[in-house]
Design a protein around this ligand. Sequence first.
Ligand SMILES: C[S@@+](CC[C@H](N)C(=O)[O-])C[C@H]1O[C@@H](n2cnc3c(N)ncnc32)[C@H](O)[C@@H]1O
Length: 270
Amino acid sequence: MKAQEVLKTHSDLKYQYNNDIANVFEEYLKTDYRRAAKDLFVAAVGDVAGQRVLELSCGTGPIARGLKQAYPSASIVGSDISSGMLAKAKEIEAAEPLGIQYLVGDVMTQGAVGGGNYDVVVAHCLFCYAKDKTELRNMAQTCYDNLRSGGRLVLAVNNDVWTRTSIMQPYRAGVSIFQAPISGHDPVDTQEGEQCKVNVKLPDGQTETSWHYHWEEQTCLQMLESVGFFQAKLEPFSLEIVPPSQRFDPGYTSFVDFPFSTILRARKPE
Ligand SMILES: C[S@@+](CC[C@H](N)C(=O)[O-])C[C@H]1O[C@@H](n2cnc3c(N)ncnc32)[C@H](O)[C@@H]1O
């Protein structure tokens, strides 16, 4: 299949969320498919009770909120380059205070965030905004630098199968996703480092458009090892990570059937 529309390039992906996308993104988060992505990632992070947690590229804060709601004794800091996304996160925090702290910062350059030394660092959809391997390495380094010795990292990285499957992904719990490399060639031939465009059409017709770079899951894993992480492993999303009573949630099954990301775990040596 060939791309059915002319795909425009986006020049600086790390700033793409600095516009009015935050409100549309919040609507996307309410769909069963995206809610499931969030809930299953929170479940994958697991027990953070009493721990200091940093979320990089937190956007409007759904993961931070999910973790804090599940583990109220955790201390959570969310950081993102987009003041627009953080303004929405803070608006939600003001309306329903959970005690999450939000800070603006570029993962590529920010070093230790709020003092660093976290027990757990998480990032849901971050590595896909690195335009080359130098930026990918900088992101991995920031994850490393923010952890205490023995701390753990949990990422969700774009899934190779999802990226290469098709231009028009079938409806997933009311959401249709059009995705293709901007070069216009068949998604099945998506190359490492290529820029791709994604249009997410919501049930009410609104569309969220974003661009990312394609990095193989193995490349992301190797990048973590190259900055000093150990026990790095990829883990597919599965219903096993939620209690049996929740496994019939239609959003969860639609996401696990065709997830856009894979869990990547690693540890910082003691
Ligand atoms: C797809 S959104 C995901 C937000 C959130 N993690 C979630 O799952 O809802 C990607 C986020 O990554 C942020 N981002 C991209 N490049 C970044 C960078 N270099 N430093 C910090 N944040 C970045 C964007 O501003 C955006 O909020």
